[in-house]
Ligand binder design. Structure first.
Ligand code: SR1
Ligand code: MG
Length: 397
């Protein structure tokens, strides 16, 4: 991985962040501002600046030249700030209601300044608290359908599409996904991180040739299928929400890849939360999966019928084939996401905070079984109803 350090790049301090906001006239010279670095993700600095007189705020997000989760030994390109800002702007062309407003970007400083969304809560945290977020999946289904359809060859002129592909070439961040999602968890690799009590379950995964063959094919799709501009890291930690509103943040992993990858990450993260609940409280997550897919199909089909540029779009059966391939891939990608979040480098709080310890281990064992079954049975699982049946069947075995 390459590290590009610009000559003027330097990580901001909290007081420098305030000075920058004033210099850019995002507040008046006399505003009383506070600033706090609140970044709790794996990669970046996030400064929240608030005007103490009226509560108005902004977010300054700055990429670090390394992965914060590991440290300076893992250099990481600053170009991801450019990718993120451009992805937010592109998505806002289709779904401005579901992304934060961007106020300013600086590629040299690797900075994006955007709307403060702290009136909302990170969806993962809200779901862990048991909140239902009734509109979350309706909004995410529409976000997926519109951002993915309108950046694909189904919708845009092939010449323009290739200029977009070029703009969003994102090799370093893709390499993270290629390694952490599609490779390391399936081999004895030192980035893996799991409790020793899972040793036998993990060994079973490493020995499962049918599983590894299916993962190899999914990885190949991620590497080569430049279908649409993906968010690229659409887990529930990349979504702010409440009962009425949903905002998708953090598209620094954006690149042109298979549509099913974004859909599958959403499915996978809803399932990870479902595993953490008692059976009677899981239904809402299966409903979120079903609604995400149904709204995706409705909005994608509407966009296809109204706005497709592809001459074959009206050919009987083509849209249905595209949708069933997206679903099949999403099932497999969901399985990969579940396995990597259970035994790979970057975990999720849904599983890691489970108590007591025995419950955490048995839930993770279940997650590994479900993840493996989804990957191996992608072709047999044709809709959200069968998806739910497979999960329930695996859980009860
Ligand atoms: C080193 S980055 C680890 C993970 O955090 C991000 O959110 C992505 O999911 C990535 O795989
Ligand atoms: Mg992120």
């Amino acid at each position: 991985m390459s590290t590009v350090k610009s000559s003027i790049y330097k990580p901001l301090t909290e007081s420098e962040a305030i000075a920058l906001a004033k210099r850019l006239q995002l507040f008046t010279e006399n505003s009383n501002l506070t600033c706090k670095e609140i970044g709790d993700g794996n990669l970046n600095l996030v400064f929240k600046i608030t005007d103490t007189d009226n509560g108005n705020g902004i977010i300054i997000k700055q990429a670090l030249p390394y992965a914060k989760v590991v440290g300076e030994s893992w250099p990481l390109t600053l170009d991801r700030a450019r990718i993120e800002a451009h992805a937010l702007l592109k998505q806002s062309e289709f779904v401005p209601q579901f992304v934060p407003k961007v106020y300013y970007t600086d590629e040299q400083l690797a900075i994006t300044i955007m709307e403060d969304l702290s009136h909302l809560q990170i969806a993962r945290a809200a779901l862990i608290e048991g909140k239902e977020l009734p509109l979350l999946s309706t909004h995410i289904g529409e976000f997926l359908a519109k951002t993915l359809f309108y950046t694909s060859d189904y919708a845009v002129n092939q010449h323009f599409k290739k200029s977009l592909v070029k703009q969003f070439i994102n090799p370093d961040l893709c390499k993270i996904t290629e390694d952490l999602v599609f490779t390391d968890p399936f081999f004895n690799h030192d980035t893996n991180n799991f409790e020793q009590e899972l040793g036998q379950d993990v060994e079973r995964i490493w020995q499962d040739q049918e599983l590894k063959l299916a993962v190899a094919k999914l990885k190949q799709k991620f590497l080569t299928k430049a279908e649409a501009l993906l968010h690229g890291d659409l887990h529930t930690g990349s979504i702010f929400a409440d009962e009425n509103e949903t905002k998708v943040i953090d598209p620094e992993f954006a690149y042109f890849g298979p549509i099913g990858f974004d859909v599958g990450q959403v499915f996978g993260n809803f399932l990870l939360n479902a595993f953490s609940r008692n059976a009677e409280n899981q239904e809402v997550l299966f409903t979120h999966i079903e609604t995400t897919w149904n709204v995706f199909v409705k909005e994608f089909s509407k966009a296809w019928k109204n706005d497709a540029a592809e001459i074959f779009a009206k050919t009987e059966g083509y849209l249905e084939d595209v949708l069933s391939e997206i679903f099949e891939e999403a099932v497999g990608f969901a399985g990969c996401e579940i396995i990597r979040r259970t035994i790979g480098l970057a975990h999720v709080a849904d599983l890691d905070t489970l108590q007591p310890f025995d419950k955490k281990i048995s839930t993770k064992q279940l997650a590994l079984s479900v993840g493996s079954e989804l990957i191996k049975n992608q072709k047999a699982i044709k809709n959200p109803c069968q998806f739910k049946e497979y999960v329930k069947q695996t859980v009860s075995n």
